[in-house]
Design a binder for this molecule. Structure first.
Ligand SMILES: *Cc1c(COP(=O)(O)O)cnc(C)c1O
Length: 346
């Protein structure tokens, strides 16, 4: 099976397994694991932040960020289709008593004017607007890079307005490679940033939250509370460290592969890219009703050895990653073409 369901499906490379085998370990709850500490140091450095902390998942880094920034009864502004709001069980409300203010964006990209009137006045009837979160690249917008100037403009406005900012950078390194803009430059606009090692970077487990040292120290307490403190975590942190040091530049290859898929989709009658272009490693495409439902097209692709995900009734997502070769991508392009020819022949 050519597995394009997500960039989370990657297996460790032989070199990564070697790094894992030789990792120096300790008890990370006692902050004794040298590999975890090294990963945190390198992550903080790459993101230009004082400190970073390793956690089991990106959901945890995001939710702990919201919790660090917001008191119960506070609200945060987020994009309607973002991961923090849709894919983490509303943990901000379940675990932290925080309210979300989702604001829809065209292809994941807000205009500043949409946000300017949202900050609530100081009034006993109302929640307090405290935090703005952004996602980059934007998963549901098809791996869209939210343009740098827009990020800078919105975060400057947020800070001027007394808000704090958090970046869900699960795929920040895809934005880095796609634009040539360094991770620390993107991160400089945010108080806290979370990054995933287990997406395109190809590590088996984990994410990190980066920010000011005092906040990250506090995040360590919340990590314990959420059950995310691990003992000899260097065994997985070694994979993450290897990924960070070796797998960033190669994301360009995933982007090239995704563009090939995007072109195949565009050529196929009955399939189309809502955003018209492919920025990074995610290809989200619409299935015209004359081809059936997304689920039916997923089934037909599965019969040809290709696994993709239906993410809405007429929407499919395919994601490239380090387990996918150019030959695989060419084969998927042929399978897509085959599907289009079914209408053409009808
Ligand atoms: C994958 C992902 C996360 C974190 O997911 P986990 O499975 O909890 O690690 C966060 N944000 C975005 C945009 C993601 O794609």
């Amino acid at each position: 099976m050519i597995d394009l369901r997500s960039d989370t499906v990657t297996k460790p490379t032989p070199e990564m397994l070697n790094a894992i085998t030789h990792a120096k370990l300790g008890d990370d709850v006692m902050r004794d694991d040298p590999t975890v500490l090294r990963l945190e140091e390198v992550t903080a450095e790459i993101l230009g932040k004082e400190a970073a902390i390793y956690m089991p998942s990106g959901s945890m880094t995001n939710q702990i960020a919201v919790r660090l920034h917001c008191q119960p009864g506070a609200e945060f502004i987020c994009e309607t289709t973002c991961h923090v709001y849709n894919m983490e069980q509303g943990a901000f409300s379940q675990l932290s008593g925080v309210v979300a203010r989702p604001i829809e964006a065209e292809q994941g990209v807000w205009r500043l004017e949409q946000l300017q009137s949202l900050i609530r006045p100081c009034d006993d009837h109302q929640v307090r607007t405290r935090l703005l979160t952004m996602e980059n690249t934007h998963n549901r917008a098809g791996g869209r890079v939210v343009p740098y100037d827009r990020v800078a403009e919105i975060c400057a406005w947020a800070h001027d307005s007394g808000l704090v900012t958090h970046l869900d950078g699960a795929r920040l390194f895809n934005a880095v490679v796609a634009t040539g803009i360094a991770a620390d430059q993107w991160a400089s606009h945010f108080d806290t940033v979370s990054v995933c090692f287990s997406k395109g970077l190809g590590a088996p487990v984990g994410s990190a939250l980066a920010g000011p040292a005092t906040l990250i120290r506090e995040a360590q307490r919340h990590r314990k509370l959420f059950g995310g403190s691990m003992r000899q975590a260097g065994i997985i942190a070694a994979g993450a460290l290897h990924a960070l040091e070796n797998h960033i530049d190669r994301l360009a290859e995933d982007h090239r592969h995704a563009r090939i898929l995007g072109e195949a989709v565009n050529r196929c009658e009955g399939l189309s890219l809502p955003g018209e272009s492919v920025d990074t490693n995610i290809v989200i495409f619409t299935v015209d009703e004359q081809l059936g439902t997304a689920q039916q097209v997923v089934q037909r692709l599965a019969e040809q050895g290709v696994a993709v995900l239906a993410v809405a009734p007429q929407l499919i997502r395919a994601v490239t990653h380090l387990g996918i070769t150019e030959q695989d991508v060419r084969q998927v392009a042929r399978a897509i073409q085959e599907i289009g020819s079914q209408i053409a022949g009808a």
